[in-house]
Design a protein around this ligand. Sequence first.
Ligand code: NAD
Length: 296
Amino acid sequence: MAATLIDGKAFAAKVRGQVAEHVARLKEQNGITPGLAVVLVGEDPASQVYVRSKGKQTVEVGMNSYEHKLEADTSEADLLALIDQLNNDASVHGILVQLPLPKHLDEDLVINSIAPEKDVDGFHISNVGLLGTGQKSMVPCTPLGCLMMLRDHHGSLSGMDAVVIGRSNIVGKPMAQLLLGDSCTVTIAHSRTEDLPDVVRRADIVVAAVGRPEMVPGDWIKEGATVIDVGINRIERDGKNVLVGDVDFASAAERAGAITPVPGGVGPMTIACLLANTVTACCRANNLAEPEGLTA
Ligand code: NAD
């Protein structure tokens, strides 16, 4: 393997350490404990695992964790009433509604009912608009984690040619906005892109966020490029269940300059950035200085 491995697990631990330090300072100097409320509707097994993990890590960095578990048949009115209560609760600085929601609930309506300054997922339409216009916002956690790793590896990203594969609202589009904000020349590729290999081959930075196991082979990667693999795909290999990314790691690592593994790359950064966003939201709510290096 020629490429440098970008170790998301270690990086996430460092980010959590920075968050914990800032939380300790807020408690000591200001008597404030940041609080994150997570709302889970229904019993989707993957969502339950995520919510448990978020709660555990929230407590580990010294913040308050408030978990609200609602029945799968909870009415929209009841969910909105809970969000309203959390919006008005001064001890709650971040609110996250775990997606996907059961089909009878309108996801857009629910997300847009969260107070934008408490929207630590960065999905509220106001935050989307603020990010798109280069203003201070809450930034979606997964792309924020990717940006932090890229900045850490490269220093400045200015002038680099970046290709984001995938145009989802939670990863692809905000990722492209962040790269543009750091003065990259950005292309968003998607399922209708013509000659994707050619588009990817010119990129200094490739962010793959598609959800198709190992769809980007090594020979699409420009020599020395940095590859950030957001994909999390569970496949069966040699009779075992394994996790792979959207990039064929073995062949891509032969050509890339740096690459994130799956697992242990982007994944761990997502919750670390959720904690970072919560401490940022708490500082903004109290007109205090934000922690450095933890926002876009
Ligand atoms: P999505 O399904 O919402 O979007 C996928 C995108 O890929 C679409 O915009 C589509 O246009 C594009 N696409 C589909 N087929 C394509 C093709 N053949 N060529 C080029 N583009 C194609 O998915 P998402 O929510 O953005 O997630 C993408 C992947 O990232 C998934 O594997 C998901 O599990 C993973 N993910 C990981 C994290 C993390 O914390 N690491 C967070 C969110 C998502």
